[in-house]
Design a protein around this ligand. Structure first.
Ligand code: NAD
Length: 296
């Protein structure tokens, strides 16, 4: 069934996601504060809207793909007074669990329905429509959004009520951040012991050290030819995004009084590393920092 959708935030992720909704036959009205972003999306069949109010005025579903929680909550203030009652709001941005829950509450108070639906898969997944969506909110809302999510991704998991999608995202990325540091430390330790990268890889990738950070995104060049380490750590998943997600995880760890020493330490290490590496380097490049700081 074709739907009318407003898509707000047409950046690296939002533009290809909106384009995939158009390809699947949906009518998409797009808005972005940056004129170039809006122009680019228009070339893929998105109808340009001059403001968020204009974009959401007469649609069934509003999808947002914005940088942070403050942007989503600010935008929701606008959307909630301009959209039709009952409109389904689907926020795909990665934001604080607490902000996501606030967004749900404000939507409900204004007579709207909401889902938090952050993604994994990066820009490549957004372009190829192979994203995974982690969704928080009601069953009925999830069922209604599912065809749209399937037009933009390959998998949508209903994780629970309000905020559960964001919770799943930061828990997963906390595992990823900690495991990338562990794999990187193991390679640098192996170097200091005279162990070749290939030998450590051949053992750990088929033993109990096996994990995605090792066997897909291997932080040293050689063993996995497609990993970013083989192309001078071009992302991939940018260091700055890992630092952001670990920061969100650290907020939740502290708010919940959770004993998560490795998660908190990973957030600190990635924050320091991302200050230098930013968005230009894959998060596996942290191995070089660990190597540089070793033997001091
Ligand atoms: P981006 O900065 O490229 O895009 C965000 C867009 O939102 C920008 O074009 C910006 O102009 C626009 N925007 C900001 N405030 C707005 C407003 N009030 N109204 C309209 N437009 C507004 O960021 P991105 O890489 O597309 O990431 C978006 C979200 O997806 C982030 O929360 C990020 O953490 C998450 N995410 C990104 C990736 C990735 O690989 N880039 C992967 C997974 C999740």
């Amino acid at each position: 069934m074709s739907r009318t959708v407003a898509f707000i935030g047409l950046g690296h992720m939002g533009a290809p996601m909106a384009a995939n909704l158009v390809k699947a036959g949906h009518r998409v009205r797009g808005h972005d504060l940056v004129p170039d972003a809006l122009d680019g999306a228009t070339r893929t069949g998105v109808e340009p809207a001059s403001s968020a109010v204009d974009a959401v005025a007469d649609v069934e579903v509003v999808v947002t793909m914005l940088p942070m929680g403050c942007h989503v909550l600010d935008l929701y203030d606008t959307v909630l007074s301009a959209a039709r009652p009952g409109t389904l709001l689907v926020d795909c941005s990665t934001i604080d669990v607490a902000d996501a829950r606030t967004a749900h509450e404000r939507a409900a108070a204004a007579g709207m329905r909401a889902l938090d639906a952050p993604v994994s898969g990066g820009v490549v997944g957004a372009e190829a429509a192979t994203l995974t969506f982690m969704v928080g909110g009601g069953e009925a809302e999830f069922a209604e959004a599912r065809p749209l999510l399937e037009a933009m991704g390959k998998k949508a998991v209903h994780c629970g009520g309000a905020g559960a999608g964001q919770a799943a995202k930061i828990c997963n990325n906390m595992i990823l951040g900690v495991s990338m540091i562990a794999v990187s430390e193991a390679f640098v330790l192996g170097e200091s012991l005279g162990l070749s990268h290939q030998a450590l890889y051949d053992v750990a990738s088929t033993a109990s050290g096996q994990c995605w950070a090792l066997s897909v995104n291997c932080p040293v060049p050689g063993p996995v030819p497609t990993s970013p380490a083989n192309s001078d750590y071009r992302p991939g998943f940018a260091a700055s995004l890992m630092a952001k997600d670990l920061g969100l995880a650290a907020n939740a760890v502290k708010a919940g009084g959770v004993q998560a020493e490795l998660g908190l330490r990973a957030a600190e290490l990635y924050a320091a590393y991302a200050e230098r590496a930013g968005a230009a380097e894959d998060f596996s490049g942290i191995v070089r920092t660990i190597r540089d700081q070793s033997g001091e």
